[in-house]
Each structure stands twice: as C-alpha cells, then as structure tokens.
Ligand binder design. Structure first.
Ligand code: 4EK
Length: 692
C-alpha cells in the first residue's frame, strides 16, 4: 500500500516536473538530444495515452513520447496519416485492418514501467546538468532548469523506489530510450508478416509518404525479439486435423507441406506476387490452392535451376465426391447451357463492335503519366493479377507494347547516330547532343536520351514504356520523339534538339541579374505555349505529374515545349523531397491532395501550371525559396500561397491563385487558361505593334 502511494506520488511529481521541463525545454529539445547533455538520441518519457485516434489499442496505456514532441503533435500526425490511409484506394482490404494499430504501436510504443522510465529520464537531466555545471562551459537557456532539478532532488529523497531504479544494472537495461527493453513494441514476427507479405506494397508506399513516413513506420529488423510484445492480431489460419481436401482444395487449411514428388514446399511469399490478396498464404509454406488456379492443393518447389509449381499428394475427402458427382452433373449441364449462350452472344458482339475494340487498344486510358520512370509511380501503379496468368500477362503486355511501338516509331542503329557533348545526367543514364543520319542521308541535330548499359529488366521495361507513351504524343508544344535505337545497347530515344536548353536555365540567363529581361509579350508567349501543350496532354488523358520550368525546353524563336527529364538531375535535386530515402516528390509544385493522398490528376497539373507561371514571372526563382521541403508541405497544407512576383500583372497573379484553388474541381481547365492567356497575348501583341 505504502509503495503504491509512493509510486502514485512519484508519478504525480514526475508528471509535474515533466510539464515544467517540457515547457522550458520545448525550443531546445533537439539540442539536448544531440548531446550538450550527452543524452541519447531517442531519450524520452512516458505519458498516459489520452488521445482518440488510437483509443481502441492504447487506452489506459502509458506510451513513450520523445521530448521534442508532445502527445498532441503525435495525435495530429497520426490523424493526418490515418486520413491518408482511409482515403487510399491502393490499400488492400486484408492490409487495411492492421494499418491503424500498426501506426499507433509504431509511433507510440507502450512503456512497461512508466515511472521508472520517467525517473531515469529526469535523473539523466539532473546528473548531466550537474556535470555541466562543473565544467567550464556557460549554459544558455537554463535558468528554469535549476528549479526543475531541485524538484527532482527533493523527489529523489522521498522516493523509495529510487535506489532500485537507479541501480546501474537496471538503468543500463531500461534507459529512457526508444530502444530500451522497457518498451513494448510490435511483435517482430507480425511486423515482418505485414512488411513482407500482407502489406508489402502498402509498406513501401507508407515509408516514402510525406505524411505517413513522418509518423514513423517501424523498421521490423530493428525490433527486439521479445515474447511480451504488442500483437496486431495477425493469425495464420491453419487446421492441423485437416488431412484431406474438398472440391478443388481452395478451402484446404491443413499442414501438408510436401509436393507429390516429395520436395519441400517453398514459402508462398517468396514467389507469389500480390500475396495480400490471399490471406491464407501469409506466413507459411503449406499446400494450398489460392484462387482455385489448379484442381487441387499445390505449392512452389525448387527443381534443379528453377522454381516450379507441383501438386501435393493430399487425399480428396471421398464422401464429398459422391455428393459432388450427383450435384455437379445437374449443375454442369446447366453451366454448359449458360456458357454456350454466352459464347453465342459474344460472337455476335465481336462481329458488331470489332472495329471499336481495335481502336480501344491504342486509346490512352485515363490518367496516363507522361513519363514511365517515376519513382513516385512504381509502388502505386502496380496492377493486381491472378497467379495463374501473371507471367503470361506480363509477357503479353510487354509484347503488346513492343509491337505497338514498332509499328509507330522509326528505328535507327547506333551507326546512324553520332554522340556529341553531354547535356545532362539522370538516374536512367545521360542526355547527349548528337547528329542523326536520316534514311535520305541528310543529318539533323538531335538530343539523345541514352539508357545506361546493364540497366535492370525493370528499368529497360520502363524505358520502353516511356517510348510507347511519348510516341503517342504529337503537338507543337510537346517535345517530339524522332526515333529510337533498340537493337543494341545503349538503348536510345532520339528527340528534336531544343537549342536553348531547359526553361528554368533560360529564365535565369535572361533575368535582370544577368543584365537582361523579358517583355510582357514574351512572358505570355512562354506561358501560352506551355498551357497549349498541357491542353493537348489533358485532352488525351495524360497526367504529367512533374510540370515545372526545368521540364520544359526552349528552342530558337522562343518556341517552348513540354518534356520531362525524370526525377534525379543533380542540379535540381533540391526541387525534390526525398521521402524515407526512396521516392522523390516535387512538393513545391504539388497541391495538398497530391502531397497527402498521392492523387495526381489533370487538376493537380493545373496547380503545377500555376507554379510554372510563378517561375516564369520570377525569372526562375525556386518556389518557396528559403523554406525546407517539410516547411513547404506545412505551408501548402495551411494554404499559405506564393506571393506575386515583382512586376507580375494582377490578372496573371489572379490566374495563379485560381490554379491554386483548394478544391481541385474549381481550378480552371487548361482550355480556360489557354483562352485567357491568348486574349492577353493577342492584346499585348496588337498594342506593341501599334506602338511600333
Ligand atoms: C527536359 C529537360 C528529352 C531532351 C532536347 C530535347 C529533348 C535539348 C535538350 C537539353 C537537355 C538538357 C540540357 C540542355 F525537359 C532536360 C532534359 C530533357 C528534357 C531530355 C530528357 C528527355 N530531353 N533534352 N533536350 N534538346 N538541353
């Protein structure tokens, strides 16, 4: 009884001094963490969870919070992250159910002995501050600290658990850090099941997502293998007593894990793509028949040099067969009649609509991305496929791409191309200026985008997909692809050469700082051409996703065309926000819905166009210059828009503001924008001609 009261008392005092400390340390928390006091990076304290978002899994628990954060901060971040997850269409239902508990446990692990952690935390504050006092350094911002330290000293005397807590053994085992054994974290096995099997794609997206990433997705491999851990309730559905299978075995949950030839079954997740669609395969290697792709349970096995599918030797549950025979005979006749009717109907339809179907193959589907190499797309755009036809589907798809591309585009060999100077370098390879000898023996200057040699199969496929997409586009304001070299590496795309380089460089080299300037007519000319290019793209259901001055090219006669370099040119690396080390986001050009929900549409391209207008009238300044990418995300989310560039006409700035409408549907269309720019352009053109 006495100890309990004392503990409560300590908890009360801890909370009190905690409040004082938090208040006083707020600004300097990061400094403290990074070591003036010699603190460990992730040192922190335990709070009673009193939020709402994680109520179901954390109510009445003490959770660990780093001192540079408050519970409110964490709660806000979690709300934002959960908002993203709820909205996401990319999330598999089998993964979705674990998303919130996993976010809650990752961002707020549970403290096993909160008082102890807090005492240790404050003892560290006291000891380190004392050591510091004795050293020769002067302490800034520490006035209030001595008061807190006094509090802790008094408290130390009163506490009976003090000696226990501060004994070297325990304090080294239970330091007040995130890595301490004192914290209950997600069970490592379940974390790995989520990351590698149930939520493979979703984890990849989450780690890179600017909102979810910031909450902190658990790194499963760093989790301790502790028995007393936080379970997400992922269960592996197995019935040890099930020793035969019914029907085609798709409901078999027994534990047979050998193929008929006696080979051990391999773990499903090693070989099955989109395993999250089949929760019965998660975390195991038992014979199964997912999606009824075979007639009985089977599994993947190793066979000399490859992995193959083999049926398992499990007996069929006999009695069911009799019922099935009687039942299915009738049903089969019925099904045959239906199939016959469908075939008849389909044949008629094909005869009627055959032309439309052929046309459909070449019609771009909605929301295509102009570039195929986006790191932003990779995780999100993967389609779902059934196991049985997966490899055929991929092969068929790439064959279709190649065949279509072959038909549409001119093919050259490396002998037809002469490489001149390098124009730029990206992750895919390099861009060169070059000479192309055409079939009529005349030569023209071209820009050559060369894929680096020995690129992975995926990169090569992306490269070909990009060719497929670009070769669809024919407009005077879209950079035109003239041909390809695909017979031998380095694979190349050959583009019309744009002599004045990218628009961003062009704006800077024509800016007042270079002793030059552009006229209002020239500004409008540039803007109008980009808008007309975008009007064409949006009419063909292409979404650019990275519209920016750096991705437009300028030719002689102030001809401007839209293109795309890809995401990783060194000179523009600061324009992209690297989220959890993988994906790159041009956040300064993105509206909230793209930042928060990864939603890229023609309307988000309109937002980016507004930013390009701002770049044009600012002579190539970086939008939100002086702010970090994380700060920019906060600015955009709180609708703090870019201010008008110097000398920018009010009408043009109003157009920018319209492009940045919070509700995407209320933004103008590219047709509206082109019409308006054209009117202003023609007005200027007339007046400048009459002046002359
Ligand atoms: C960008 C930005 C196509 C081309 C062309 C034609 C196509 C001149 C240049 C060029 C490139 C770099 C520096 C100076 F939107 C930069 C690079 C490109 C597109 C590349 C990749 C795809 N492309 N560049 N380019 N004419 N000039």
């Amino acid at each position: 009884m006495f100890t309990k009261m004392n503990n409560n008392y300590s908890a009360f005092l801890v909370s009190l001094s905690l409040m004082l400390l938090l208040k006083n340390m707020d600004v300097g928390a990061n400094n403290m963490d990074s070591g003036i006091y010699g603190f460990q990076q992730s040192s922190g304290i335990c709070h009673l969870y009193n939020g709402t978002i994680c109520r179901d899994v954390l109510s009445n628990a003490h959770v660990f919070v780093s001192p540079n954060l408050t519970m409110n901060d964490l709660e806000e971040r979690l709300k934002a992250a959960y908002g993203v997850i709820k909205e996401s269409k990319d999330m598999n239902a089998n993964c979705r159910m674990y998303a919130l508990p996993s976010l809650c446990f990752s961002s707020m692990p549970i403290c096993r002995t909160p008082e102890r952690t807090n005492l240790l935390y404050f003892s560290n504050v006291a000891t380190n501050a004392k050591q510091f006092k004795h050293s020769n350094f002067t302490i800034r911002r520490k006035r209030t600290k001595s008061k807190d330290i006094k509090n802790i000293n008094i408290f130390k005397k009163k506490s009976t658990i003090y000696e226990d807590v501060f004994s070297t053994d325990i304090s080294s085992k239970y330091p007040p850090t995130r890595e301490s054994e004192n914290l209950k974290r997600i069970c490592r096995e379940e974390c790995e099941l989520l990351e590698n099997e149930l939520c493979q794609k979703e984890y990849a997206i989450a780690k890179r997502h600017p909102v979810i990433g910031i909450v902190g997705v658990e790194d499963c491999q760093k989790l301790p293998q502790h028995k007393d851990c936080l379970s997400l309730g992922i269960t592996i559905e197995v019935d040890k007593t099930e020793n035969c299978y019914w029907e085609d075995g798709s409901s078999y949950r027994g534990v047979s894990n050998m193929s008929a030839s006696g080979k051990p079954c391999l773990r499903w997740s090693w070989l099955m793509k989109e395993i999250s669609d089949f929760p019965e395969l998660i975390g195991q290697n038992y014979c199964r028949n997912p999606g009824s792709v075979e007639g009985s349970p089977w599994c993947f096995v190793d066979s000399s040099h490859e992995r193959i599918i083999e049926l398992c030797d499990i007996p069929k549950c006999a009695d069911k067969i009799w019922i099935a025979i009687v039942g299915t005979t009738g049903a089969t006749i019925f099904v045959f009649i239906i199939i016959f009717a469908i075939i008849l109907f389909k044949r008629r339809t094909i005869m009627h609509y055959g032309m439309r179907n052929i046309h459909n193959i070449n019609t771009p589907s909605a929301d295509k991305n102009i570039y195929g190499n986006s790191q932003l797309n990779s995780a999100q755009d993967s389609g779902r496929s059934n196991l049985g036809n997966l490899s055929e589907h991929v092969a068929l798809n790439s064959k279709l791409i190649e065949r279509n591309t072959l038909l549409r585009i001119s093919h050259f060999t490396l002998q037809d191309v002469e490489f001149l100077e390098e124009l730029g370098e990206g992750a895919f390879g390099k861009v060169y200026k070059g000479q192309l000898q055409q079939p009529n023996k005349t030569t023209i200057t071209v820009a050559i985008k060369a894929l680096k040699e020995n690129a992975s199969v995926k990169t090569q496929q992306d490269f070909k997909r990009e060719i497929e997409l670009i070769s669809d586009l024919k407009h005077q304001n879209i950079v035109c692809i003239l041909g390809v070299v695909l017979n031998k590496e380095p694979y190349c795309m050959l583009f019309e050469y744009m002599a004045n380089g990218d628009l961003h460089e062009f704006l800077i080299s024509n800016s007042p700082t270079e002793g030059k300037s552009l006229t209002q007519l020239e500004f409008l000319q540039i803007a109008l051409q980009i808008s007309e290019g975008m009007q064409y793209l949006s009419a063909h259901h292409y979404v650019h996703r990275d519209l920016a001055a750096r991705n437009c090219l300028v030719n002689e006669g102030l001809i401007v065309k839209i293109s795309d370099f890809g995401l990783s040119r060194d000179i523009y690396s600061s324009d992209y926000y690297r989220v959890q080390s993988k994906s790159l986001l041009p956040v300064r050009w993105m509206p909230s819905e793209s930042i928060l929900y990864g939603k890229f549409t023609t309307e988000s391209d309109v937002w980016s166009f507004g930013v390009v207008l701002w770049e044009i009238y600012s002579y190539g300044m970086q939008p939100y210059y002086g702010y970090s990418n994380q700060e920019v995300i906060n600015l955009i989310r709180s609708r703090q828009l870019l201010s008008a560039p110097d000398n920018c006409p009010t009408a043009v700035y109003s157009l920018m503001i319209e492009c940045w409408h919070e509700q995407s549907v209320k933004r103008p269309t590219f047709t509206d924008i082109s019409n308006r720019l054209k009117t202003w352009h023609d007005g200027h053109f007339k007046s400048s001609n009459t002046e002359m």
